[in-house]
Structures are given as structure tokens and as C-alpha cells.
Ligand binder design. Structure first.
Ligand code: SF4
Ligand code: SF4
Length: 108
């Protein structure tokens, strides 16, 4: 298993946030950030669940995980009791810890 997956599986946000996703899209339908950005929490959860190391690394390098507003609306509606917002918190932490995937946000 890759280091990224090992780290994810130890993160309490990830453990709390992902049981099993059935790819229904309810989280995206309820997500306020998805209205404003090219952003889809369903795809993020599905990518993490697939467990492909390269795909997860691409996710960690992308802007996508930074569009979440951490409002946790997704927690209230998921039929599988997942919380994509928590999964994303775990991804952000790993992204910032790894120099290969670290993001620098510039305020203009
Ligand atoms: S609502 Fe839950 S089961 Fe449906 S896509 Fe989102 S995380 Fe997966
Ligand atoms: S926590 Fe993030 S992914 Fe979940 S509804 Fe709020 S903005 Fe969307």
C-alpha cells in the first residue's frame, strides 16, 4: 500500500468521513461550493475510494480540494453516512505535509 493511502487510513477525519460511497451524487447536489466552482465532492470521494495512488496524488496537487468551504452540509444527506468534507480535510492535510503536492495560495 502506498504511503499516501497509509496516511489517509490513519487520519481520524478520513476514518469518520468515508464508509462506502455508492456514487449517488447527493453530496454534490447539496454542496454550496459546487454551485460556484468546477467542483464535485462525489468525484473526490469516488477517487479516494478507488485507491489508485496516481489519481490520489493528482487530486492532492490540484486546486479542487481547496474549493470546499467545510460547511459539512454533505454530512447531513449522504445515504451511506459519509462526510466528503471530512475526507477533503484529510486530503488537504496530506497535501500540505508533502512538498511534492504542497499548495501555496497567493492573496492579491
Ligand atoms: S452522497 Fe454519499 S454515497 Fe452519495 S456520492 Fe456523496 S459520498 Fe457517495
Ligand atoms: S463540506 Fe465541503 S464538500 Fe461538503 S457540502 Fe460543504 S463545501 Fe461541499
Amino acid at each position: 500500500m502506498s504511503e499516501i493511502l497509509k496516511k489517509l487510513q490513519k487520519d481520524i477525519h478520513f476514518i469518520e468521513g468515508l464508509n462506502s460511497c455508492m456514487n449517488c451524487g447527493v453530496c454534490t447536489a447539496i454542496c454550496p461550493a459546487a454551485e460556484f466552482y468546477n467542483y464535485d465532492p462525489r468525484v473526490i470521494v469516488e477517487t479516494v475510494q478507488r485507491g489508485n495512488e496516481e489519481e490520489i496524488e493528482e487530486l492532492l496537487k490540484s486546486d479542487t480540494i481547496w474549493y470546499c468551504g467545510e460547511c459539512m452540509s454533505c454530512k447531513t444527506r449522504c445515504p451511506r453516512c459519509n462526510t466528503p468534507g471530512l475526507v477533503i480535510m484529510a486530503l488537504r492535510k496530506i497535501s500540505q505535509e508533502n512538498t511534492k503536492t504542497q499548495r501555496t495560495v497567493m492573496c492579491i
